[in-house]
Unconditional design. Structure first.
Length: 172
């Protein structure tokens, strides 16, 4: 049972874990030979570039968490040296997703529900935004690009369905 001061944080972290788990699952379905596949419509990214962008989605959570606890999470700076938004191999994506998940867990272990209301200045909003808004924005970013991977797989002919995309609760 979570203490009341971390109940909301724990709930949010569980949703982030679900999205990471579903992303990992979709990655496990990606045929290695389709890594450089690109959609025929528009100027879409290759699958490899999408994998690199998924890493940026996860790095965004770490950036918010270090802004909340800069002293205790100063070692997160090591993540900034790692490439994101690059053509990424499947094995690298899997390993890096696990690394980001560990850092996200570490950051959330320090986060309390009252921290969610704190205003943090950002590159986009100098006057700042609530931590909750920033974390939800990063969750939305991850979900959108996870769905993009799902669509890529579907268009490639990989047999994916709703249960590959969402985490269903018991009784669903």
């Amino acid at each position: 049972m979570f203490r009341m001061s971390t109940l909301l944080c724990a709930s949010l972290l569980n949703k982030i874990h679900e999205q990471i788990d579903r992303t990992d699952h979709l990655l496990s379905m990606l045929p290695e030979e389709r890594l450089y596949w690109t959609p025929t419509t528009g100027d879409g990214w290759s699958t490899a570039k999408l994998l690199g962008h998924l890493l940026e989605c996860l790095a965004g959570f770490c950036a918010v968490l270090v802004a909340v606890n800069p002293e205790r999470l100063a070692h997160f700076s090591e993540l900034r040296a790692m490439p994101v938004n690059h053509a990424c191999m499947i094995a690298e994506a899997v390993d890096r997703i696990a690394l980001y998940r560990e850092h996200i867990d570490e950051g959330f272990a320090l986060l309390r529900d009252e921290d969610l209301a704190r205003i943090i200045p950002t590159v986009f909003v100098k006057s700042g935004e609530p931590v909750l808004t920033l974390l939800l924005g990063n969750l939305e970013h991850l979900i959108n690009h996870k769905h993009q991977l799902f669509i890529y797989l579907k268009v490639m002919g990989v047999a994916v369905g709703t249960r590959d995309l969402y985490c269903f609760r018991a009784g669903s």
